[in-house]
Design a protein around this ligand. Structure first.
Ligand SMILES: Cc1cc2nc3c(=O)[nH]c(=O)nc-3n(C[C@H](O)[C@H](O)[C@H](O)COP(=O)(O)O)c2cc1C
Length: 538
């Protein structure tokens, strides 16, 4: 497949639109294979293509030769060579940029001068092609600056209807085009580029599917979010027209990403204190949206003290916010809950992709449950203490039931280890090992499981509570892991102590097994809130 890309952006390869075009080409390659395609690119910003003089010399010449001797002859040669022409350009004043319009005008030699009826009801006349162009395909790929492409491309579509024939070209038109060069938003724009890639693949197989076109038409961000970000990006105050500190514009763009649906009635004011610039401003998070206050008239509930460059790195995804916090590159004072729930407040809540991810990770059924791990142990300690005769049957039944209902949840290694360990203990009881040995052994194994997981692997508890901390992402969170590591060590030591006590004072075992976990439970509740906030304060 011969493909000609006409890049009509004055920015050349730095063009937003060109990113979409590259993704589209990658999609064609996915379906055709790189070897089956040859790509030529014309950069209108670099090519020597002068405006048409309107002299009709080309139409008077038998060969259609233009009187201007510039790069246009080779453009026409490439147009005829190409099976597919991709017109990649930004929308300028609801039309194509000037140099691209020059190129389009200079295609006059591609037509013969004679008058011809059109069969597709576009306009009221046409000219026959000088070259055999039937079967050639055209694609428009374009970005524009408003929040949606809808309604902005009437002029362009009319032009291409005349040039290629109505419904005789495919199109990828995207609003919010300037967002493609914002590294902080790459998650969303990458998802869109993936979609463009899919469109390219479908195009190579016949045509872009209707669902893909519909998805491509969805705004990258909700209108309000986008427009607030766009307004803030100029670094000029809308009210005064004066230039603002870059850090304040940056904060305004961050505030634009606030998701008002996350408002739960609690008044939250986030202070961004850029320590290296001596600039601080507050974002008031309300039910209607976020407001940036720069005059110090509100009191923060949470303050982030950070060098500006560090916060930019975090926003661009170069370093995770949690890792930077763990490395003390910034600190947080006040209510730490806002930081824990950051993605809820400032995640890309408005986009369809984010909604899908949120739905997937919010599905409680797919999270592991600690009950699956605990039930066999609790059944063993309770049933065996009541009766060594009937206990094993009850424990085996409890294990079987646990397997059945826990299939609704994600199972983790500690569920399986617990089941296996308890069944071995039951088997030992059935062959006559006394309960006085089995109970301390069970505490020992249970405690070791917590301890070993904390010291050498992902801490056991981290799996079971990750659902409340953003799902699997939490397992990459250094502070979350460290908090759980310490909690697991405490539980591990608690049950090792229980094992020793049960061995030394078997009569007191029921009391020990009930009382010892209490301090560990209290510690867990307090520590899981205190420790992350303590690290955050630096
Ligand atoms: C001179 C000029 C005119 C523009 N006219 C429009 C317009 O009419 N409608 C629109 O939505 N965006 C308009 N834009 C915004 C661009 O289409 C948008 O920034 C696009 O993403 C730039 O793409 P590029 O990086 O590929 O050049 C205009 C931009 C410039 C510089």
């Amino acid at each position: 497949m011969n493909i000609l890309v006409i890049n009509g952006s004055p920015k050349g390869e730095r063009s937003n639109t060109y990113r979409l075009t590259q993704a589209f080409l990658a999609g064609i390659a996915d379906s055709q294979g790189e070897d089956a395609m040859e790509v030529r690119t014309i950069e209108t910003s670099k090519a020597d293509i002068r405006p048409c003089l309107g002299c009709f010399t080309c139409w008077r010449s038998e060969t259609g030769t233009c009187c201007l001797h510039d790069d246009m002859a080779s453009v026409i040669e490439s147009r005829v060579w190409a099976d597919v022409t991709i017109w990649s350009f930004p929308l300028y004043y609801f039309s194509v940029p000037g140099p691209l319009k020059n190129l389009i005008d200079r295609q006059l030699p591609m037509s013969l001068p004679f008058m011809e009826e059109r069969s597709d009801n576009v306009g009221n006349g046409s000219h026959p092609s000088r070259y055999e162009m039937s079967g050639k395909r055209n694609v428009i790929i374009s970005t524009c600056g408003f929040y949606t492409a809808e309604g902005n491309y009437d002029g362009v579509q009319s032009l291409f209807d005349h040039m290629c024939g109505r419904n005789n070209y495919e199109q990828v038109l995207c609003g919010q085009g300037e967002l493609f060069r914002v590294p902080e938003l790459h998650e969303r724009t990458d998802a869109y580029l993936q979609l463009v890639r899919r469109a390219g693949s479908e195009f190579a197989r016949g045509g872009i599917a209707r669902e893909t076109t519909e998805e491509l038409g969805q705004p990258l961000f909700a209108r309000q979010t986008f427009e607030a970000m766009a307004d803030a990006s100029w670094g000029i105050s809308r009210e005064t027209g004066e230039a603002e500190d870059e850090a304040i514009s940056f904060t305004r763009q961050m505030a634009a990403l606030y998701n008002p649906a996350s408002f739960d009635g609690t008044q939250r004011v986030l202070e961004m204190d850029y320590t290296d610039r001596g600039v601080s401003c507050c974002i008031v998070l309300g039910a209607e949206g976020a407001t940036v206050v720069t005059d110090g008239s509100v009191s923060p509930t949470t303050s982030v003290h950070t060098p500006y460059a560090v916060w930019q790195e975090i926003a661009q995804g170069k370093v995770s916010g949690v890792d930077a916090l763990a490395q003390h590159r910034y600190s947080v004072t006040g209510d730490f809950d806002l930081m824990v729930r950051w993605d809820e407040f400032f995640g890309d809540g408005g986009s369809a992709a984010a909604r899908r991810n949120a739905e997937a990770s919010a599905s409680p059924a797919r999270q592991p449950t600690m009950l699956a791990m605990l039930t066999p142990w609790v059944a063993f300690w309770t049933a065996m203490s009541i009766s060594v005769a009937t206990g094993p049957a009850i424990v085996i039944a409890a294990c079987a039931l646990t397997i059945l209902w826990s299939f609704r949840h994600e199972r983790v290694i500690y569920d399986t280890l617990s089941l296996a360990a308890v069944l071995v203990l039951v088997a030992a009881s059935l062959v006559g090992v006394p309960l006085a040995l089995l109970l301390p052994a069970s505490f020992l194994v249970f405690g070791l499981m917590w301890l070993v997981s904390a010291l050498w692997f992902t801490p056991l508890s981290a799996y079971y509570v990750k659902g409340s901390y953003g799902g699997d992402k939490a397992l990459q969170n250094a502070i979350y892991l460290q908090t759980n590591r310490i909690i697991c060590v405490v539980w591990g030591i608690t049950y090792l102590a229980a094992a020793v006590s049960a061995l030394l004072a078997p009569a007191a075992t029921p009391l020990i097994s009930e009382l010892l976990p209490l301090p560990a439970a209290v510690f867990t509740v307090v520590f899981q809130r205190w420790y992350p906030a303590h690290v955050a304060r630096g």
